[in-house]
Design a protein. Structure first.
Length: 746
């Protein structure tokens, strides 16, 4: 009892200094909400937990300040270990002198906490700095002004509504000023203060009532135009623009009823008019657990209008199968024949995105819908869920009367194992003239130069399959991938014609539409498909440790993939007799994960003994060096000194000699591959079946400060490897310097 009283007395003796940290924690909490859309949910949970732990330690732990700081440091470590799902990677037994293995082992353990541990430390340092320097009234006013100003700027220049955060900041500011007033009163009049705290209710209740009245007055006063306007509003109005008013509707802005464009990446609902650019949106849509990597197919369109894709008349009249039963085999039109080898792909899709989508996604072709889960309960398949056997689409009903979109579902697919020799001997005629007409359709206004280009590309092809591969390769190697194509170059009214001859850069919709049109121009039945690329696998330190030793690689790419809005994608399917519809990937930087015949090799594990270091023969040395040894040592030291002085010139000469036979494009590719190897050695993940775009995209998310430079390297790599442009040696040298900078900061 006496110890508890002592702790309470210690808190009361410096109540204001401890309360300051609580105020700072709440202010930082509100301020970090400005980063909505930039931080992951895990980041917010970790930062909030760090602020709570810091405020609790500062307010409740008596005694030395070193003790409170130590408790907070331990709390930060435990919080990061808990929320990042840290898994300890044991060190394999080996010689202590193998520093490289030790470094890799430490990197595998520490990289699991990145970037969260560094964000936690920065937040904690801000918390401690603000708590230490903010005590007096002028300091309180200054820091409150900084918080309010930053929130107001973020509210004005971003789509995030921060009025709740601003209200909380004002409330904390008023409470802080009251607390500072009482702290000064306690210091000047300790006896009066002692009598006042005997009746805490009479002290606190009037204070809270006054603050509540001040805050409430801002909500319940009548709506009226402001007498003074902030500079941002004045600037907008001077340009003839309007600023939404939040007075009267308490933060619910009035949105215009006109159409609004969304420039973020994601699964497209409107394909009638393709083109433009977009911003990458890395918010998660779903997680797919599968035994084989694949594209997650959604819908297909057959009719090209010159501007985009729509369902053809036959597609709109396509009959559908309803009343599906879990596990029931789905009928398939124009699928692989019975003599074609297939591999079973089972995928469980867990939806993260809350708004419904028009279809269920899976590897093509789907064989059955195995299960559905809504709110963690398995349910029967709703009657209105439909299967379109011709289009290979599994439609989910829309409308308020239908069942909510499933939170999880499992689909089984049977993917054909490709044999190129068989495909080269396959025809491309469908089983009806109507289908051939639909999948060979081209708009009347298609420019002749598009058809001429298709004939030129496929002139050396002896069969339909080789012609399709020639078109696919031509697009990959002669056009640049970018999410922001230069539309000022566009003159033609036809989307594909403008891409092929004028813009000559773009993203998947440009490439896939171009291949579909070019293929149809040489009588190859084609349809346009949209869905999602595979996504990315999470970092697994145990498998990475195995991969580092040359073991544990999964050639089929099994695992749980995180699929984001940025993974929304489009590609094409071509029809081949016997196989049915086969996917092709013409977009530069992407590769379709085809199912290939398994090659089994008998491997014999052998215990490889560690290399035996040669034993140096110890010779009797004379007690003193002779003159020849002294001269040799002096010469070596002189050469080392000269090398240190001239190290830059030597380095530049070595680089020129090493790359003397390489073109600038080849050097850009080699430097990028060197970056990948360096990143793997430092704990960043790169699987053998991944494309360069998948790897760099994930690294950009893991190393946010390096995102811009990594994306620049990726763009130059894709242009050098797949594009037609020839880089200069100066550009290659600049990329080499960028890669070196990234490697040093990884």
């Amino acid at each position: 009892m006496q110890q508890a009283n002592s702790i309470w007395q210690s808190i009361l003796n410096n109540w204001y200094g401890r309360l300051v940290y609580v105020f700072i924690a709440v202010l930082l909490w509100q301020w970090f909400d400005c980063l909505e859309g930039f931080w992951w949910d895990e980041t917010y949970r970790i930062v909030h937990a760090v602020l709570i732990a810091g405020a609790a330690a500062e307010f409740l732990i008596p005694g030395w300040r070193f003790l409170r700081l130590s408790v907070q440091a331990i709390a930060i470590i435990l919080i990061n270990l808990y929320y990042t799902g840290f898994q300890w990677v044991p060190k394999e037994i080996g010689p202590l002198r193998e520093w490289g293995l030790w470094g890799n082992w430490l990197s595998l353990n520490l990289s699991q906490l990145e970037p969260f541990i560094w964000i936690s430390i920065v937040v904690w340092l801000l918390f401690q700095f603000a708590g230490n320097v903010t005590k007096t009234r002028p300091q309180v006013v200054m820091i409150m002004s900084l918080f309010l100003m930053s929130l107001l700027i973020a509210d004005s220049f971003s789509p995030i509504v921060l009025w709740d955060n601003i209200a909380w900041t004002i409330f904390i500011g008023l409470a802080w000023l009251v607390a500072e007033h009482f702290a000064r009163f306690q210091a000047k009049h300790p006896e009066s203060w002692s009598r006042m705290i005997e009746y805490p209710a009479s002290l606190l209740l009037p204070t809270l009532l006054i603050i509540a009245l001040v805050m409430a007055s801002g909500l319940f006063v009548p709506n009226m135009s402001p007498v003074l306007k902030d500079p941002y509003t004045v600037w907008r109005e001077s340009r003839g623009e309007t600023v939404p008013s939040f007075v009267g509707n308490k933060g619910n802005p009035i949105t215009s009823s006109g159409p609004t464009g969304d420039s973020r990446s994601g699964y497209s609902r409107q394909d009638e008019a393709l083109g433009g650019g977009f911003l990458f949106d890395y918010s998660t849509v779903m997680e797919v657990t599968t035994n084989r990597k694949s594209y997650w197919r959604g819908e297909t369109k057959a009719m090209y209008t010159g501007e985009g894709w729509i369902d053809g008349p036959r597609e709109r009249r396509e009959s559908s199968m309803i009343g599906l039963v879990a596990g029931e085999k789905l009928p398939l039109t124009d699928g692989p024949g019975s003599d074609i080898e297939t591999t079973e792909v089972e995928q469980t899709v867990r939806m993260i995105r809350e708004d419904p989508l028009p279809v269920l996604f899976g590897a093509a072709p789907m064989s059955s819908l195995a299960s559905l889960t809504i709110d963690e309960e398995n349910i029967a398949i709703p009657n209105r869920v439909s299967w379109l056997a011709d289009s290979w689409e599994l439609h989910w009903p829309d409308g308020q009367t239908s069942a909510p979109y499933p939170s999880q579902y499992t689909i089984v697919s049977h993917v054909p194992v490709l044999d190129e020799e068989v495909l080269r001997s396959s025809g491309v005629a469908l089983d009806s003239p109507a289908k051939n007409e639909m999948y060979l359709q081209l708009p009347d206004g298609l420019p002749q130069r598009v058809k001429d280009l298709a004939q030129e590309i496929t002139a050396v092809g002896d069969n339909p399959y080789d012609k399709a591969k020639l078109i696919e390769t031509y697009l990959k190697e002669n056009y640049v991938y970018t999410n922001s194509p230069d539309l000022t170059k566009k003159k033609s009214d036809d989307f594909v014609d403008a891409f092929l001859f004028e813009i000559m850069e773009g993203y998947c919709d440009y490439y896939s539409s171009a291949m579909a049109v070019l293929a149809r121009a040489v009588d190859l039945p084609t349809r346009w498909v949209k869905g999602y690329a595979p996504g990315v696998l999470p970092f697994d330190p145990l498998s990475e440790l195995q991969n580092f030793g040359g073991r544990g690689f999964e050639p089929d790419g099994s695992g749980t993939y995180t699929v984001r809005n940025a993974d929304a994608h489009s590609w094409v399917e071509l029809y081949f007799e016997g196989y049915g519809w086969i996917p092709f990937e013409p977009t530069a930087g992407f590769a379709y994960p085809y199912a290939a015949a398994e090659v089994r090799q008998d491997t014999v594990e052998t215990d490889i003994a560690p290399p035996v270091e040669p034993v140096e023969e110890v010779k009797n040395q004379e007690s003193s060096f002779n003159l020849s040894w002294i001269g040799a040592i002096a010469a070596v030291l002189l050469l080392v000194a000269m090398a240190i002085v001239r190290r830059r010139e030597i380095g530049e000469a070595y680089v020129r000699w090493r790359f003397r036979t390489y073109t600038a494009n080849q050097r850009i590719v080699l430097e990028t591959e060197k970056l990948i190897r360096s990143g793997r050695r430092k704990g960043l993940r790169h699987a053998e079946h991944e494309t360069m775009r998948e790897t760099i995209t994930r690294w950009s998310e893991d190393r946010t400060p390096l995102s811009g430079e990594l994306q620049a390297v990726l763009l130059m790599f894709e242009r050098a490897k797949y594009g037609a442009a020839a880089f200069t040696n100066e550009e290659a040298e600049q990329l080499a310097l960028t890669v070196k900078s990234i490697r040093n900061r990884l």
